[in-house]
Design a protein around this ligand. Structure first.
Ligand code: ADP
Ligand code: ZN
Length: 435
């Protein structure tokens, strides 16, 4: 079985990867300086010229860009080639504010699809597979990215898009899909729906899933693996860098390999902007090394994570990123304590609840309140008030032990929390409405 999609690149010695990155970086900085006046101004203001970038470490001389700059330059201000050379536009899902528009030349689409093809092969995919793509198609990058990758691998591709869960299940069964690609929250929903229809994990042909586009915990991974009877692989990306496939998991499932021939990753201190050494947690920053149309340099993702260059037994030499803990703007500050929704998700699943929950934060009498609504599964459901109160108390204590603050737990009836077919929205912060 083929283990790599592009073996020579994926297993290239680290010094060679760095040399390749250095060469591409110098070219890319020149390309951007010459063609993107907005970024040229930022460089001029910092007093850096393309000639100042001689080594990879010189990258720290370049200015950062963030979503703010993309909004300022909306829609075409970051374009680095004539518009007529572009063949596609995609856009962010708009989780946080105004959409970002990304444009691609055919070369850019090709490299993006190669990245997704690497992810599919790393998940054991080949031309023998039937890949059901249940990420949304359209402006969102999930559907088209995995679709293109699946074609490159030569797999039979089912462009399902998200939603219509009955048909998803019917096609998994009738067409014998072997690899499912969608958001982890949708995968959990498909697993739950199969169970309701009496389809056991061993009765479906699926053997792997490639899930990403939103943060998900290890507990969620185990839950999905069990409910669908598959191995679940993580995939990471963002519209600003192409889409999914910037990083992908191999069979080790210990962090995602970053496609370093196309993307240079840095971890910075989000407060000071200082580059942090490998192994420290901070904000992930990407530089697109060879994209033509939308080549962002030092783009601040706001995703918090850790990089490691530890050797991986899969043979890939690309640096790995740990599961992002969430975005810095996902972090909730509740009564002065930093809380990530993923911490709550971990506890819920450890305590035997399904990943159907909603977190609500409010401010009452100048004090922050944290309410967590957790759905009971039909087997957990009981009418006895005493039993429910006991379960709520126990769960509340387990969450308090992790967060250090007391949550109000509300166990609610099966099916009362809306399911997600794309990126799940699990947090309602009412304080934002008050500010
Ligand atoms: P939006 O910013 O509107 O959500 P995108 O669809 O481009 O637009 O989403 C990219 C973001 O999704 C990333 O910056 C990251 O926060 C999140 N994301 C993508 N893949 C993963 C993953 N595997 N794990 C955690 N978060 C992810
Ligand atoms: Zn590996």
């Amino acid at each position: 079985m083929k283990r790599y999609y592009q073996k020579d690149i994926e297993t290239m010695p680290v010094e060679q990867i760095r040399a390749l990155q250095e060469e591409k970086l110098k070219k890319q900085v020149k390309h951007v300086y010459e063609h993107v006046p907005y970024y040229r101004d930022l460089m001029d203001k910092k007093g850096v010229k393309p000639e100042d970038i001689k080594t990879l470490d010189d990258i720290s001389k370049l200015p950062f860009i963030s979503k703010y700059d993309l909004r300022e330059t909306y829609p075409y201000g970051m374009l680095a080639v004539p518009l007529k050379d572009c063949v596609r536009i995609q856009s962010t899902s708009g989780t946080t504010g105004k959409r970002v528009i990304a444009y691609y030349t055919q070369h850019d689409i090709d490299l993006w699809e190669d990245c997704c093809a690497r992810a599919i092969v790393a998940a054991g995919g080949s031309d023998e597979d039937i890949v059901q793509v249940a990420y949304g198609y359209g402006l969102f990058t999930g559907g088209f990215g995995l679709n293109g990758g699946s074609h490159k691998v030569g797999s039979l591709t089912l462009p399902m898009s998200s939603g219509n869960t009955d048909r998803q299940i019917q096609f998994i069964q009738d067409l014998k899909a072997t690899i499912l690609c969608c958001t982890p929250s949708y995968a959990a929903y498909i697993g739950e729906s199969m169970k309701e229809r009496g389809i056991k994990p061993k009765d479906n042909t699926l053997r792997a899933g490639i899930f990403g586009a939103e943060p998900w915990t290890e507990e969620m991974r185990r839950d999905i693996e069990k409910s669908l009877g598959i191995k679940a692989y993580d995939i990471y990306g963002l519209t600003e860098t192409s889409g999914p496939g910037v990083a992908f998991e191999c069979e080790e499932q210990k962090g995602m390999h970053i496609n370093e021939d196309h993307f240079y990753a840095e971890i910075i201190d989000p407060e000071t902007g200082e580059v942090l050494p490998e192994g420290q947690e901070g904000e992930l920053v990407f530089t697109s090394l060879d994209k033509e149309a939308f080549p962002l340099l030092r783009y601040r993702t706001r995703d918090l994570c850790v990089l490691t260059r530890e050797k991986c037994s899969c043979g890939r030499t690309f640096i790995r990123m740990k599961k992002p803990r969430g975005r810095s703007d996902d972090m909730l500050i509740i009564r002065g304590v930093n809380v990530f929704p993923s911490q709550i998700e971990s506890v819920l699943l450890q305590e035997g609840y399904a990943p159907n929950y909603r977190i609500e934060i409010d401010r009452v009498n100048n004090t922050d309140t944290l309410d967590v609504y957790v759905e009971l599964s039909p087997d957990q459901f009981t009418d006895t008030v005493g039993a429910i109160t006991d379960m709520e108390r126990k769960l509340s204590a387990a969450i308090q032990a992790v967060l250090g603050i007391h949550p109000n737990i509300h166990l609610v009836a099966p099916k009362s929390i809306a399911r997600s077919e794309g990126k799940a929205v699990r947090v309602v912060d009412r304080r934002k409405l008050l500010d």
